[in-house]
Design a protein around this ligand. Structure first.
Ligand SMILES: Cc1ncc(COP(=O)(O)O)c(C=O)c1O
Length: 362
């Protein structure tokens, strides 16, 4: 492949080209230190500068209040599925979970190891084709927290409102839509996401956790699995994935340069309008299985009239330089992941291809 494709992979996913170019330029000799960044100690000054800058850029860009700590951890969102109940759910206590798909179910499975899980709402009976509305939520007044998945990477659904959970802290897995739109972070007790979709490469997980939840962490858990450790040690208790943090910082720099999260949201809305508009214009050929009020602006899923045509679509799209369009193996179909770093131009290339394909095969 002589040039870059339009990369619609679900994660790890496409990164902004200027960031990749910067990585390339920095690689052998970072800032005239005589070393690559990945060769430096995580206790060194150059590393610490990047570490602090990544956190303060995230705070500034997304308006994260001082009441919330920003942690950079390992183990992906999957580790958070266990770490949350391990720290915040004691035997006999309850936590509410909103079940909106594969990732919610995985979080629920882990929580059941530690306490009682109540399902506040679920769209399971309808193939996870929508997210519950506020009035669908059956919340438990004495729950320790409510857990939700804001964007469902496989089902292609997204919450377009923040549930009101009263005094019960709201915890959100934002793996596939973190920093894709402005949000009132003060409404969340905790937010977490692996970086590999909207914020950089895999290897680092951002956890944003409010003071009162840190204070509630259970004693007696393994040191690495306790939020208090990472708050006290500023995420430097052990060897952090330095290179992933460095790329995270470059992505955040880039986000700031292009106008911050308001500008990113505008572009994401335009991308969504273009793609969903294409289904509506060619509804005899393309079908989006997601309820209109729940359509994701990050992972756009759709079906063609039959599976043979879907296979042909994926193969011909790849040959035309549009990659990563195969739906998740558990659901099939087509999935276009259009995270922050996918420009509108890439989405237009896809909708043009869709028009041609429908014209030839419809
Ligand atoms: C919404 C969501 N939650 C959790 C995960 C799991 O993340 P990780 O692979 O970082 O553990 C994913 C991965 O795609 C995801 O999309």
């Amino acid at each position: 492949m002589a040039h870059r494709i339009w990369n619609f992979n679900a994660g790890p996913a496409t990164l902004p080209l200027p960031v990749l170019e910067r990585i390339k330029a920095d690689l052998p000799n970072f800032n005239n230190t005589g070393m690559a960044f990945m060769e430096m100690s995580h206790r060194s000054k150059p590393y610490d500068e990047v570490h602090q800058a990544a956190k303060s850029l995230a705070r500034e860009l997304w308006n994260i209040p001082e009441s919330h700590h920003i942690l950079l951890l390992q183990g992906g969102a999957s580790t958070q599925f266990a770490m949350i109940p391990m720290n915040l759910l004691r035997e006999g206590q309850k936590a509410d979970y909103i079940n909106t798909g594969t990732w919610s179910k995985k979080a629920i499975k882990e929580a059941k190891l530690f306490g009682e899980v109540t399902i506040a709402a679920s769209s399971d009976e309808d193939n996870f084709s929508y997210v519950p509305t506020q009035s669908d939520l059956n919340l438990t007044a004495d729950a320790e927290y409510v857990h939700m998945t804001t964007n469902n990477t496989i089902a292609g659904t997204q919450f377009h409102y923040t549930p009101d959970t009263g005094k019960v802290p709201l915890i959100a897995d934002m793996s596939s839509d973190i920093m894709s739109r402005p949000l009132d972070i003060s409404k969340f007790g905790m937010i977490y996401a692996g970086a590999q979709k909207n914020l950089g490469p895999s290897g680092v997980t951002m956890v944003i956790i409010r003071d009162d939840l840190v204070a509630k962490c259970k004693e007696g858990n393994p040191t690495m699995f306790t939020y208090t450790t990472h708050v006290d040690k500023d995420s430097l208790f052990n060897t952090i994935p330095t290179y992933s943090v460095y790329i995270l910082k470059l992505v955040l720099d880039y986000m700031k340069e292009i106008g911050g999260i308001a500008a990113i949201e505008k572009e994401n809305n335009a991308k969504g309008k273009t793609l969903y508009g294409a289904f509506d214009a060619m509804s005899d050929f393309y079908r989006c299985p997601v309820r209109e009020d729940s359509r994701s602006l990050m992972n756009v899923v759709f079906r063609l009239p039959n599976e043979d045509l879907e296979k042909q679509f994926i193969a011909e799209a790849a040959a035309a330089g549009l990659g990563g369009l195969k739906g998740h193996r558990s659901v099939g179909g087509i999935r276009a992941s259009v995270y922050n770093a996918m420009p509108l131009e890439g989405v237009k290339a896809l909708t043009n291809f869709m028009k041609d394909f429908a014209g030839k095969n419809g």
